[in-house]
Design a protein around this ligand. Sequence first.
Ligand code: ZN
Length: 279
Amino acid sequence: VTSSSAHARATGVFRFTGVDFQSLRHGMSLRHSGAGHEGDVGHSPSTDAAVIEANRDTFLHALGINPRALTVGRQTHGTTVRVVTDHDRGRGLYPSFDGFPATDGLATRDTRVAIGVIVADCVPLLMYDPVVHAVAVVHAGWRGTVGLIASEAVRVMSESFDSRPEDLRVAIGPSIGPCCYEVGDEVIEGWQAASAGWGTDAVARMNPSYHFDLWTANRLALLESGVHESRIMVSGICVRCHAARFFSYRAARQDGLQHGRMLMVAQLHERAEQEPIVR
Ligand SMILES: [Zn+2]
């Protein structure tokens, strides 16, 4: 596992560095004091639609992404990963919010569309294949993680784009860490059933309860799917421990902090025709 080499900038954008994402525009919005409702970009009932739209536009412009190119799904903690194209530009934008029903992952090889997932404790995954030039973003809370949505994204990229798992570069973004993620028995039982023989390291017993390590669980699922260990980057940033910079659902609910959500987004750069493709 590579160590975290991510950084945050004063603009309220978090980017992954130190891994081969150079052919992508990508980033994750942050909680930051300069913005309305502290930078919420989700569909929070507590934040005005106009504030959310303004924050999204600011964030996307900082990344060089046209807000009208964005599409997001209606996330339901399921395992559906959908392939999108230019025709889907603008789907799921607030306030009309016509995103794909029951969709927790998006994948594309089309440079004209930007894809995003919304998180506030759940894990955002960014997956890039530099060989076939394709990208996916995934929302993985405990249900999605137990449902192996990370593996489903690898499968969809293989089937749709002829991606080879060993070519993929994957970043596991800021989200609730094992330090703060106390869970009920149903989570642990679900994970044990889904990952029999290889998932043990994602569970820690901290008396009297269990803690679930979403980062390790998703990393192990990716390894099972054939992703190379050296190409998986774990940011290692717990959003609840760092609730001043990130929105955390548990921090909001249990510690009375501002509710809000963050957007992880990616868009492929145009690539020159003559650029050599080497596996
Ligand atoms: Zn923590």
